[in-house]
Design a protein around this ligand. Structure first.
Ligand code: SF4
Length: 326
C-alpha cells in the first residue's frame, strides 16, 4: 500500500521490451511507499519526478518532456542509474504480461569495436545476479560478452541451476572457440531456440575456423550469428559471411549499420527471413523488389526524399525498367 502523495511517472520510450531500469526505479520507490507507475502525455502533469528510459537511439523521443530524467543506451550509453536504484531488484509487476526474467552478470565489454555502444557504457564490471521474475519461464541474459568475465564458471553454473531456457545476447566466438571447457559448460545450459547469439561483424577477420571449432561441440541450429553490414564492408564480404554461416548450419542475422540505406535494408530483409533466404536467390529477390518499387514510383507512390528514391534515380540513369516516368 502506498501512503505518500508523491507520484513517480515512468515513460517506456521504446515500448518494445520490458524496461529493466524502469522496473528498478519502481522497486526503489515502492519500498518507500511511493507510487511509481507508467505516465502518458495526457497525464504527465500528475507526476514528479518523471523518468524516461530508451534502449534504441532510433526511438521517437519527441513526446518525452524536457523535465524527465532520461537515460538508457537510446539516449547515452554512459548513463547509469544512481547506485541506490541500480542495486534494487527489478519489480516485474510493472509488466504483468512479462513471462521471462532478465539476468546479467557483467556490465559493458572488454573489447572496443568502433560501431558498438557496449564499451562506451563504462569500464567492464562484474555484477551480483538479480532475482528472477516469479512468473518467468525463460531467461534473457543481457551480458554483452559473457565469457569475458573471470567469474564465467560460477555464473554459468547459476544459469544451469535455473533449469530454464536461456537466451545469450553476447557470446564472443573468438573466445569460446579457443576453450573446450567453455563449450562444454555452454552445452549444459538449457537454451532457447537459436539462443546462442554470436557475431561476425568485421569482414576482414576470417571467423570460419572459429565457427567450425564451435560446431564440433555445439549443434549449429542453437546459434544465431549477427552480421553487421555497411560498416566498411563490401557487398561481396556481406554475401560471403552469410553464405559461410548458412553452409555451417548457423542462422545469420544481418544488422544494417545504416537502417535507411537501400541496399543494407534490402539485404537484411532477404537474409533475416529464412523462408526467403533459403528459397530465393539474392539477385531474384532484389529484382522482384526493384520491380515492385518501379511500379510504385510510376504510380507516384514513391517521391523524391523517400528511401527508395536514390535507387529509382539510379535505374533512370541506367535506363533500367523503362527509365523515365511514363
Ligand atoms: S565484442 Fe561485441 S559487445 Fe564487445 S564491443 Fe565488440 S561488438 Fe560490442
Amino acid at each position: 500500500m502506498t501512503h505518500s502523495k508523491m507520484r513517480v511517472g515512468l515513460i517506456d520510450v521504446d515500448n518494445r521490451l520490458p524496461s529493466l531500469p524502469l522496473m528498478k526505479i519502481k522497486s526503489y520507490y515502492s519500498v518507500r511507499n511511493i507510487a511509481a507507475e507508467f505516465a502518458y502525455p495526457l497525464n504527465y502533469y500528475e507526476y514528479d519526478p518523471l523518468y524516461a528510459s530508451a534502449i534504441f537511439d532510433f526511438s521517437d523521443k519527441e513526446f518525452v518532456p524536457r523535465r524527465a530524467i532520461a537515460g538508457g543506451t537510446g539516449y547515452d550509453p554512459a548513463t547509469r542509474l544512481p547506485e541506490e536504484i541500480e542495486t534494487c531488484q527489478p519489480d516485474y509487476s510493472l509488466y504483468p504480461q512479462c513471462d521471462f526474467s532478465y539476468q546479467r552478470f557483467t556490465y559493458g565489454c572488454t573489447r572496443k569495436c568502433g560501431f558498438c555502444v557496449a564499451w562506451k557504457m563504462g569500464t567492464f564490471e562484474e555484477l551480483a545476479p538479480m532475482n528472477l521474475n516469479p512468473r518467468g519461464k525463460s531467461i534473457y541474459l543481457l551480458d554483452n560478452n559473457f565469457f569475458a568475465s573471470e567469474r564465467w564458471r560460477e555464473n554459468i553454473k547459476i544459469l544451469i541451476g535455473y533449469n530454464q531456457p536461456v537466451q545469450f545476447e553476447g557470446i564472443d566466438a573468438r573466445i569460446v572457440s579457443q576453450d573446450d571447457e567453455m563449450l562444454h559448460y555452454l552445452n549444459q545450459v538449457k537454451l532457447k531456440n537459436h539462443g546462442l547469439h554470436m557475431a561476425w561483424d568485421t569482414p576482414g577477420i576470417d571467423m570460419e575456423p572459429d565457427f567450425k571449432k564451435i560446431i564440433e561441440k555445439i549443434k549449429p541450429y542453437k546459434i544465431t550469428c549477427y552480421v553487421l553490414i555497411g560498416y566498411f564492408s563490401t557487398e561481396e564480404q556481406d554475401m560471403h559471411r552469410v553464405q559461410t554461416l548458412d553452409a555451417l548450419g548457423i542462422s545469420p542475422y544481418v544488422m544494417p549499420f545504416n537502417k535507411s540505406n537501400y541496399y543494407q535494408k534490402t539485404f537484411a530483409a532477404w537474409v533475416n527471413n529464412p523462408r526467403l533466404f533459403k528459397t530465393i536467390a539474392w539477385d531474384t529477390f532484389l529484382k522482384n523488389r526493384q520491380r515492385k518499387q518501379i511500379e510504385r514510383w510510376k504510380q507516384n507512390e514513391i517521391k523524391q526524399g523517400d528511401n527508395a528514391f536514390p535507387f529509382i534515380r539510379e535505374c533512370q540513369n541506367k535506363s533500367l525498367y523503362g527509365g523515365q516516368n511514363e
